[in-house]
Design a protein around this ligand. Sequence first.
Ligand SMILES: [Ca+2]
Length: 422
Amino acid sequence: MSRTLCPSFSLALSVASAGADAGVATAPTGRPNLLVILVDDRGYGDLSSYGATDLQTPNIDVLVANGMRFDRFYANCPVCSPTRAALLTGCYPDYVGVPGAIRTHSDNNWGYLDPNVTLLPAVLKRAGYHTAIIGKWHLGLQPPKIPTRPGFDLFRGFPADRMDNYYTHRRHGINYMRPNECQADPKGHATELFTQWAYEYIEERARDGRPFFLYLAYSGSHTAIQPPKQRLEKVLKREKNIEPKRAKLVALIEHLDHGVGQVVVTLKRTDLYNRTLTIFTSDNGGQLAIGANSGSLRAGKGDIYAGVTRVPACPVWPGHIQPGSRTDYIALTMDIYPTVAEAAGIRPPGGINGLCCRSCFMATCPLKNDSCSGTGAKEADAAKGSLFAQHGSESGNWFTTARSHRWSFTTAEATHSNRLAP
Ligand SMILES: [Ca+2]
């Protein structure tokens, strides 16, 4: 199976339907827990393990050191909602109704998640997994578009595109914070709340004993850039020549890194770490205007070049993934869907676009070779040489880009004709 450029809309519909209808195999015993940590707007150069010199992310760096670093992992889109749709559907976001950001106001809304597509948590739930999302959903604001309807047993977080304030959690003056479908008004910094809810969830799962899928979607480091005061002071004291806006972003990132560390500590304390496949990545690159660092890559959020689509990524699975390993295999966010499902021994629905990339970090496959949708060594080589497409809709401009290992091209077209109803 190789990647191809986006075909006609009619094919897009058939792909979505195929994903909705396919059966799901029962998972075998001995299944791993599944933890996907998705951070927001994290530039390729904004981890110390990816080259940042004015920033310290020791906890995420430990994940990278204990797993496989991907050097060419691409977000499916340069903005939030489409990449999140790709992660949870295994499809190119255009195919499932999310070509752009889903927002509060209909005149600025660019997506409507297809209700007929089978989401990753639904696949896992049918196979006996407890499923949860903690943090930012960004794929619909009201029922039936909120997470509990499409397959999550638990939702603690907010469904909107961003928070205008990390402490009040409001967006356009609206309180979107939710436990499941109820409104809540918790106190505290959003990063700390999501971290606390994550480790509380892990503790509950440890007592329950069932395997779980936790999608921990931090809102950091999306604007508004509001680090705790003590974190900012620490950065300013350490980095003498740092620009003020960069200092705030660095402090927010380091604050989130601390949260990731607490989650990992909880996994270890509950004796679940060695039985958990953890995948860390970002939904798109950072905003250069607020001080983000794309490393040596071109441009940042709002553009289409590698600085906004190539993101940090690493899977960690003790006993299965060689610590400190590294790959230049090209993977996309939508590949997480089949990778996670098949790591659990579950055959994903037919018709999805994502490719299981487990074979580049695991010696053996839990599924038999004839039922694995993933890439064997030969297929991985073929996929590396093929194309994929991405789309963006910032400022009303639609971009398409395609890449292989050796080249890329990008087109841009100004149009508002594809705007979708909320
Ligand atoms: Ca984002």
